[in-house]
Design a protein around this ligand. Sequence first.
Ligand code: DAH
Length: 359
Amino acid sequence: MNLTTRLETLRTSAIDRLAAAGDVAAVERLRSDLLGRTGELTILLKDLGTIPIEDRPSVGRLANEVRGALEAAIDTRLAAMRETALEARLADEAFDMSLPGRPRAVGHLHPILTLIRDLREIFHAFGFEVFEGPEIETEEYNFELLNIPPDHPARDLWDTLYVAEPGSVEAGASRPAADGTILRTHTSPVQVRAMRALDPPIRVLMPGRCFRYEAVDPSHGFEFFQVEGLVVDRDTSLADLKGMLEEVARALYGRGVRTRFRPGYYPFTEPSVAFDIGCLVCGGEGCPACGRSGWMTILGAGMVHPVVLRAGGLDPAEYQGYAFGMGPDRMTMLRHGIGDIRLFFSGDLRFVTQFVEGR
Ligand code: DAH
């Protein structure tokens, strides 16, 4: 075989072997096998001296061409291998942007809190500001200052949860705290706190949690909310109270809502009224939620008793006021047609997740 043929054969076989090299190391090995100092091309060129002198330039050119071609082919092959490896790594590490995200549960307000917020907005339009008082109260604020002295039979209206005298539970003989600390049975004590803290004219809304030692049934819980309202000014009347409450009922339940005032009794108002709404659960026919009466009492109200005004540091000869205490739990039942108050605190997601409109 002459040198030219051997060079051409080397070129062809080298290209085939290059294609068969599986990784970068194999290609590098091939480079040194072919082009290294003891490589196949180098050895082959040692025979250059054995051919006729006039053939040497052309064979030499061919040898250079083969070397150049092999070097280029090796470099191209290495670059392609590095590119493929990079692509594989990128693909391996990549996020798949087209995968759907994991849904995150977003909470919402409890329907009672939604209603309390709506009340705040409605009363805001009547010029009320929000004023809050403590859930743990004293008997003085919860009763005495509201014209309910210790021996007054009206105390029986409120089944109180007492805070135990420190040590008495451990001693096995629990008794009410001697300093009169109790859980408030209503938000009315905040009226006195507001009168003591603010100067007339006063228009405050006092929302909050209340507690009573009650047997739980479809319309009573031992823990519930109230939203108290108080207006104190020089020229207020029961007519103002009635007109405003009817407007509030329409804002909450729509213009078709039926309402009625009944005479009521509360020690801290004189005169006192109860404000009822036609039961929206049963449409007025009578059901467990309305005690089969067709009506639901959503608040008590009246003109603030002079004793209470005095307790708040105000002169009844100069100021009068009206007050009202709403039951947002029952008002929420009316709004959504909920038949059992116990569902509110049942912790059952099937119940609460129905009220996603809460803001
Ligand atoms: N505190 C009363 C209750 O818990 C509700 C109430 C009645 C509040 C009349 C008032 C009011 O402010 O004037 O039953």
